[in-house]
Design a protein around this ligand. Structure first.
Ligand SMILES: Cc1cc2nc3c(=O)[nH]c(=O)nc-3n(C[C@H](O)[C@H](O)[C@H](O)COP(=O)(O)OP(=O)(O)OC[C@H]3O[C@@H](n4cnc5c(N)ncnc54)[C@H](O)[C@@H]3O)c2cc1C
Length: 226
């Protein structure tokens, strides 16, 4: 859970009409803690809008404080302009935990944890909330980086639009475990199983203009998503 949690997180009571997972409904999860754990671990999200009658899905960064999902960007971007108008968005996050390799191509699958959120964005004008949101977005990528960084300038704050989407109408879907092959295929001598996958950081590469003595910060040392 994010270290920026402001409020006690409540349990999601039941899916709404449009967040109810229909295929394999046993994989649907509406528990608020499970949803926020996926939101916090997923490095990026995808935001879907309808622009001039066409669906558009844009990948971007996010951060979370309590039940507020924060998104940010240039006020000039199409996505941020649409959100500033309060147009409804659908935000998704996906973590792939493994490749599920079955004896038949039909039963190949993936182990995953994903979230779908529907909501109307709210522009964050309050300077205190805006700074907290920007810290959350920064620390979502690299925990602790906000405090390690040079303080934000007023010009940078003015150049950044922040919106909040409430995590009120959200669902998760989770698949775990081995392949589910057909009974008739059980005796086939074809390998089947799971190839676990994880997002792993390689060795950090220092910037070419790094001044002497600038040490690796704790946000970068041993970086991982979990
Ligand atoms: C990595 C990955 C790979 C997948 N590959 C396939 C594939 O190849 N083919 C396929 O058919 N499906 C795949 N899925 C599942 C897919 O995301 C949908 O769950 C699936 O299409 C079933 O949709 P539906 O018609 O039952 O529900 P829909 O009517 O499409 O959805 C109803 C509501 O259920 C919720 N919901 C549905 N799916 C998800 C989800 N994944 N996460 C969170 N909430 C959800 C949403 O709130 C949505 O509004 C994959 C999912 C992931 C994460």
């Amino acid at each position: 859970m994010s270290r920026h949690d402001a409020a006690e997180v409540e349990t999601v009571p039941a899916p709404s009409e449009r967040t109810e997972v229909r295929r394999l409904p046993e994989r649907g999860v509406y528990d608020r803690d499970e949803i926020t754990a996926i939101v916090d671990e997923a490095l990026i999200c995808h935001v879907g809008i309808v622009h001039e009658g066409h669906p558009v899905v844009i990948p971007t960064n996010h951060g979370r404080v309590g039940d507020a999902l924060y998104l940010h960007g240039s006020p000039a971007s199409r996505l941020l302009r649409a959100m500033k108008r309060g147009e409804e968005v659908c935000v998704t996050m996906t973590i792939v935990d493994g490749l599920v390799v079955a004896k038949s191509a039909f039963h190949n699958s993936m182990n995953y944890r994903s979230v779908v959120v529907f909501g109307e964005p709210r522009v964050v004008d309050d300077p205190v909330e805006k700074e907290r949101a920007l810290a959350a977005i920064t620390d979502h990528v690299l925990p602790g980086r906000w405090d390690e960084s040079r303080p934000m300038t007023d010009a940078e704050a003015r150049a950044t639009l922040v919106v909040a989407v409430a995590l009120d109408e959200a669902s998760a879907k989770v698949r775990t475990g081995p392949p589910e092959d057909d009974e008739a295929d059980r005796e086939l001598g074809i390998w089947a199983g799971v190839v676990p996958l994880a997002l792993v950081a390689a060795a950090p590469v220092p910037a070419p203009d790094l001044v002497a003595g600038a040490e690796l910060p704790s946000s970068v040392i041993g970086y991982g998503r979990r």
